[in-house]
Design a protein around this ligand. Structure first.
Ligand code: SF4
Length: 227
């Protein structure tokens, strides 16, 4: 966005420097999402303690969760920070008719794929680290027993392959290779682990760094171990 405002091609920048030090036209810049700005007037009017009390213990504040997939009423739901997938599904009217919870994406395309057994985990920053997942922008996507998690992972990898700006090789080639490995069913774990590491270490921005997450989740929670 900053590149575009400056009239340049909209490519992610190398960091450092962080934009708080050198952002728009080289000046210190703050970049917040809409939800953060949305809460500012209410916090100014009602105070920080009110805001903190709207969340669950240890998870301050209310949160806007985007809930989609196999639920009865998909949409944006305001709920206490630290709500679980099970609680958010209940607020979305429960599972869609004919669907049983099997898996969910806690943080949109990048946040990994978790089995339904993790639906009682609080969804907040850092709460899913041990599962290799994260909440990101709090976009919960619910899958049922009628969904094929491997096809979901492939769909996500093709999305990342399309969305990669192509600026750096680990992301540009890594997303394409992972999509190919998923499409032909070759879950070559050493090769995937190698790609995963290179993409995490050497991609410029979060897209390339997080793109292997669906495949990693697939291998950890949903695939048979390699013979
Ligand atoms: S990680 Fe991917 S999206 Fe990000 S700069 Fe590199 S090629 Fe572009």
């Amino acid at each position: 966005m900053i590149q575009s405002i400056e009239g340049k091609r909209g490519l992610p920048r190398q960091r450092p420097p962080l934009i708080a030090e050198a952002g728009l036209f080289g000046r210190p810049t703050l970049n917040h999402n809409v939800e953060t700005l949305y809460w500012v007037p209410a916090i100014l009017r009602q105070g920080a303690e009110w805001f903190r009390a709207e969340g669950k213990p240890g998870h301050p504040g209310p949160r806007l969760y985007s809930v989609s997939g196999r639920v009865a009423r998909p949409g944006v739901i305001q709920a206490p920070a630290g709500s679980t997938a099970a609680e958010l599904i209940a607020r979305a009217g429960g599972m869609a008719p004919g669907h049983r919870l099997a898996a969910f994406l806690p943080g949109g395309a990048s946040g990994g794929i978790l089995p339904g057994t993790a639906a009682d985990r609080p969804l907040d920053f850092g709460t899913l680290d041990d599962l290799g997942a994260f909440v990101g922008s709090h976009a919960l996507i619910v899958l049922s027993h009628r969904d094929d998690v491997r096809r979901t992972a492939l769909n996500l990898m093709r999305f990342f392959e399309r969305e990669s700006c192509g600026q750096c090789t680990p992301c540009r080639s890594g997303t394409a290779m992972l999509a190919t490995l998923l499409a032909d069913g070759t879950l070559d774990q050493p090769l995937i682990a190698d790609l995963d590491q290179v993409m995490r270490d050497a991609s410029i921005c979060g897209l390339g760094q997080a793109a292997p997450n669906p495949v990693r989740s697939l291998l950890r929670f949903f695939a048979e171990p390699a013979p």
